[in-house]
Each structure stands twice: as structure tokens, then as C-alpha cells.
Design a protein around this ligand. Sequence first.
Ligand code: TYC
Length: 103
Amino acid sequence: PKRDDGDSVVLERRPQKTAPPRMYQVVMLNDDYTPMEFVVVVLQEFFNKDRETATQIMLKIHLDGRGVCGVYPRDVAATKVNQVMEAAVQAGHPLQCISEPVE
Ligand code: TYC
């Protein structure tokens, strides 16, 4: 804060040095074996979607081959990918999930 010769106070912002954090989208891939219901439950559990939204995303993946489940800072996105992959392995499904930087 700098004072001028009067009573007013001038607030100067320092030049911004850090860019806003790059965001990453978690993308789920279609396959022929993972049950639709499993994908819907995963979307509800790990991506906090309601059942209707989860079903829409699952069907989009099923039809288009891939779909965005959510957008997060890098470490959060990486954790989501690990959680999904771990749940899929535990259940014996080949479900694949990746994260990629948002344009
Ligand atoms: N294609 C799968 C089926 O017909 C369903 C599915 C949807 C699998 C989304 C993976 O990411 C996925 N049972």
C-alpha cells in the first residue's frame, strides 16, 4: 500500500507471476465387456454424478468411444484415474480411464 500526499490509499497489485493451474479432464474409454451398470456406479461414486447424469455420460461413452467424466487440477485428476482403474481391476473389468490437459 502506498500513500499519496492526501488521504487516499493506492493499492497496487504485483504483476502476476504464476499462471492459473492447468486443468485436466478425466476421460473414460469404451470397451465391449465392462457392464453399463458398473460404469454408472463408478461415475456416481468417484465423480459425484447423480444417477441420471451418470447414465447419460455412460451412454455417450458407449456410443462415441470416450467421454469426459470431470475436469480437475492435475493431482486430483490422477487420483480419480487411479481410483477408477483400481475399482475396475478389483471387479475384473477392462475399463480404461485416462487424464489429459484441457485445451
Ligand atoms: N460398451 C459397454 C457395454 O456394452 C458399456 C461401457 C460403457 C463400457 C462405457 C465402458 O467406459 C465404458 N457393456
